[in-house]
Ligand binder design. Sequence first.
Ligand code: GLC
Length: 556
Amino acid sequence: MPETNDWWRTAVIYQVYPRSFADSTGDGVGDLDGITARLDAIASLGADAVWLSPFYVSPQHDAGYDVADYTDVDPLFGDLASFDRLLARAHELGLRVIVDLVPNHSSSEHPWFRAALAAAPGSPERARYLFRDGRGLVDANGTGDVPPNDWQSVFGGPAWTRVVEADGRPGQWYLHLFDTSQPDFDWSNGEVQAFFLDVLRFWLDRGVDGFRIDVAHGLVKAPGLPDYTPPAGGSMGGDAASAPMWAQPGVHEIYREWRRLVDGYQPPRALVGEAWVQPLSKLANWVRPDELHQTFNFEYLETPWDAAALRAVVDGSLAAFGGVGAPATWVLSNHDVIRHPTRFALVPPPPQGEGLGPRSPHHPDEVVGLRRARAATLFMLALPGSAYLFQGEELGLPEVIDIPDAARQDPTFARTGGASYGRDGARVPIPWTADAPAQGFGPPGAAATGASWLPQPTTWASYARDGQAGVPGSTLELYRAALAARRAHGLGAGALAWLPGDDPHVLAFRSGDVTVVANVGARPVPLPAGEVLVASGPLGEGVIPGDTTVWLLRVE
Ligand code: GLC
């Protein structure tokens, strides 16, 4: 592995969603040994690092983002020894490993929350979470029957649940910005702060290269927890400057302390925040020199396939992140959003979290979507900074729409009474081998069971990795070629210079010796003379067809 302290500035980081990557036992859920056995596929793709979504002890009410033990592995995924094996193998292959940290809330099965439920109102046990008396009618317990404020959970329904006190009567309420099973910590509590420093140390001492911080904009709530009505369509915090549960100034002190901790390790480790904060100028506060190293760029992810919008978000990102000395980051897909081949086929796509299902009014065109997705990815991978990929996008996988209601597991689906399908469509186990049980997601040979925790569509066989490997023009080979060329030409560390042009649907820039031309429109445009390095789709004679990006060398 190259010995550098700032590998993260230009890294391509591949997100592994452990439940859905590779299952070594045949129980239908992916696991750490499954990942270890398949890490070479990530290394040979050309990624620099792996980000692992949570694999900690959890009742799995939110696919592991509900943690009951922060320093142990859920038996579903293996144990600490299997984690150590994964880490060692990744390092052997030159891949760095970032693990997910979920500090905004624990599982309701965490020992601290159980202790809080067993303890009395006002106790130190309750003070680690956000317990409050209700409003409304005050009953014999001295607490009202109406939630303490009007906040709604991101997954739908009220953000408060009332507990039953030791005497069997309804009592206080606790805050959960997500599912009922995910109580929010009170981050003004010194015990909570110290606890997470220990959790960080635990994984740092085990050798991880960094952390992805879940809901990094949510830990601190406005004093007094005032009522708040979000604007329609808002979610996850990008909705308003005044939201009392998101982007409160107090979060920054937490990250300054974490930064001091990780900087004490040799080589220093990286912190990336999941902060749904807009505008970019505000998001940049998360990555000031003494805070996190990086933050996801959801404004980029949510930008439509439109030349003017893309140019604006690229300029805005480079200016905002560059202004605080942080690298820009880019991302098109993850486990919370509709996979980008499907998203780019929908104008406009449904809001984040709503998802797609059999009763959605949308009919994405898979061919158009994939063509745009490939062009969008090739454009993204040329941009200076760091890029995040989500498992399966290198196969061009679309969102799975036809998941039966009974199989859906995202709490969003149940909490909205089915009004939002949620995020399961992006989380279906990925296809490795077209004609193997569970499309090769499970173990091979006699151990194969064909089990898969979410049903895999039969149409995915045509996207399976074995059918794409070595096949010119396949999406897998496009990603490989792009990542190799990105590395060879230093694009991650490059400086972008836009090239002039008259066509409003064309984006063209130069970075080092590479010229990038993206035809975001539908009509063919002239192909500049030069050596084609990578193209996202077939080129015509002297033309770049619609929805196609090309990288060129030696353009005059
Ligand atoms: C983050 C995760 C998402 C999870 C939520 C609550 O947004 O990416 O999957 O449901 O936090 O932890």
